[in-house]
Structures are given as structure tokens and as C-alpha cells.
Design a protein around this ligand. Structure first.
Ligand code: ZN
Length: 299
């Protein structure tokens, strides 16, 4: 392959073909000689040589409209789903409910990764050229959400107790949910954002009460229960969901079949003029913009 293609910037675009909006990744390449389009499991990729302009690109895509749509239908049939890009990549608990994470290439020129909650999914937009691993960006976002929740519950609990912590930390221990140190520093596990809000409130209340009562005496539990009526329910939830709370984001993102970033196989521009199969069902095409649209035949 032209190694230079791999380092070219790619951007997301869409075009209306046959009444359908087709999303594609555009790779601008200095090394490529011909306009190329390929349709694979990760969607449509177009390689545009630097000698060609956007108008030629549009003509090329419209000229190959039926071939592209055939290939998209075929890829979708084989995968058994309608949508090609982006796809869900992992699932875990978030505020007590299962939530999916989706990774997409950012359509803008933004450099960094961004994480947002969109329609009940966590969407990580990967910035072009970002060196920050997706798992780290996701953890950073979850930590921030956890801190927000912790601080709002803490404000209520400490006001009622008439106590103030020295500092509040959001930590990354695997199994410890919270701690109150002898220096009156409170620390909480960011994974508490995976639990329902009443569980977070219980944990925050528990540690806040330790500012007034350092042990687990009857007085301690009476105070916790007076501030948090869901104490027993929260303890039971934590007990039942301990395993689901001990997540490793890297594992969640790794274990999934698609990471959102094209695999090394799908980044390799196709040399052949007719489709070849890299993973059994990838169909590729390398078409000159001046060539007649070629029709792919069934395998
Ligand atoms: Zn305790």
C-alpha cells in the first residue's frame, strides 16, 4: 500500500445518492493516482488524489451511485443491521442503567477527543490526530460526571451535618467506593457514577457522616439513615452489582468487534480493480473516475 495514504488526514462527509444519504470517509492523498471508493464493514471510504478537486469527486460518486448502493445493501444484509457507521462498541452501567458507547470520527477539525451524552448513548468523537486513547477520554468524562454528582450530594449532607471536608478526591480504586481520612479528606471512586443516584447519595452521605462520627457505631448508622432513607436499598444494590461496577474501560472498548477507527486492513487502499475479500465479506473497488462504473458480481 502507499504508506503515505495511512498518514493522510481523513474527514467525514455525506452525499445524497439515489434518495439516500450516504456517509463516507474521505481520505485526501498525495500518493494516490486514481479516485477510489470502497465499501466495507466500516462503511464507505473514498480516496481523493490531491490532483483531483471536489467537483470531480462528486461526479465520481454520482457516477458510481448504483454500485455504491448495491455494496452498502450487501454489507448491511451480511451484517444483519441497517446502519453501517457509526456502530455501538461497548456497553456498561451508567447511573444504574446499561448504556452503549459509540466512537465516531469527528467531522470537524477539532484536535482533541470529545465525549457527549446523545440520545441515551455516550458518544466519543475522536479528534483527528488525537494521541489521547479513547478509554482515557471516556474515563475523564465519567470522572467529571461522578464529581458533579458527588459534590451536589455532599453539599446537602455536609450542610445538614454542619461539617466540612478538607479536600474531596475522585479516585480510581477498583473495589473501594469511598474513604474519609484522619485529615478529613474524602475520596470517592469514579465508578460510583455507574450506580443509580440513590447509591451515590448513600456513599457520599456515609463518608460525610464519618467527618462527625469516625467509626461504624450505632450512632453512625442512625445518622446515615436519618440523612439517607435508601441506605439499606443502596447497600443491597452495591452488593448485587459489585462485579458490574468493577469495569475496565480499556477492556470494554477492546472486547468489542469494532473500535470505530478503521482496522489496519480497512486502511489499506485496494490495488485491485475488482472486489477482493479481506475478512470474507469486504468488497472493494478501485475505479478510475474516467472508467465505466464496474459492476461487482456475487462471490
Ligand atoms: Zn465507613
Amino acid at each position: 500500500m502507499g504508506r503515505a495514504d495511512a498518514v493522510q488526514s481523513s474527514t467525514r462527509h455525506c452525499i445524497r445518492l439515489g434518495g439516500r444519504v450516504v456517509d463516507y470517509r474521505l481520505v485526501r492523498s498525495k500518493a494516490a493516482r486514481k479516485l477510489r471508493v470502497r465499501v466495507g464493514p466500516s462503511g464507505v471510504e473514498v480516496v481523493l488524489p490531491s490532483t483531483r478537486n471536489d467537483e470531480e469527486l462528486s461526479k465520481f460518486l454520482v457516477g458510481h451511485e448504483s454500485w455504491i448502493l448495491d455494496q452498502l445493501d450487501r454489507a448491511e444484509r451480511l451484517r444483519g443491521v441497517r446502519r453501517t457507521v457509526p456502530r455501538p462498541v461497548g456497553e456498561f452501567l451508567y447511573r444504574g442503567e446499561p448504556i452503549r458507547v459509540r466512537i465516531e470520527e469527528t467531522p470537524s477539525r477539532a484536535a482533541g477527543n470529545t465525549v457527549r451524552l446523545i440520545d441515551g448513548e455516550i458518544v466519543v468523537s475522536r479528534g483527528h490526530g488525537s494521541l489521547t486513547p479513547v478509554a482515557r477520554s471516556l474515563e475523564f468524562w465519567l470522572r467529571r460526571e461522578a464529581r458533579r454528582g458527588i459534590e451536589s450530594h455532599l453539599a446537602v449532607a455536609t450542610a445538614r451535618l454542619g461539617q466540612r471536608p478538607q479536600r474531596v478526591y475522585v479516585m480510581s480504586q477498583r473495589t473501594k467506593w469511598g474513604n474519609c481520612s484522619s485529615r478529613r479528606n474524602l475520596s470517592f471512586n469514579w465508578r460510583l457514577i455507574l450506580a443509580p443516584d440513590y447509591v451515590l447519595r448513600y456513599l457520599v452521605t456515609h463518608e460525610a457522616v464519618h467527618l462527625a462520627v469516625p467509626d461504624h457505631s450505632a450512632k453512625f448508622w442512625l445518622t446515615v439513615q436519618s440523612l439517607c432513607r435508601d441506605t439499606e436499598k443502596a447497600k443491597q444494590w452495591l452488593c448485587r452489582h459489585r462485579a458490574q461496577m468493577q469495569i475496565d474501560l480499556k477492556d470494554i472498548l477492546k472486547r468489542t468487534p469494532e473500535s470505530g477507527r478503521p482496522s489496519s486492513a480497512s486502511r489499506i487502499p485496494c490495488r485491485a480493480a475488482t472486489g477482493t475479500s479481506a475478512r470474507g465479506f469486504i468488497r472493494e473497488s478501485a475505479l478510475s473516475s474516467r472508467a465505466r462504473p464496474s459492476r461487482a458480481r456475487g462471490p
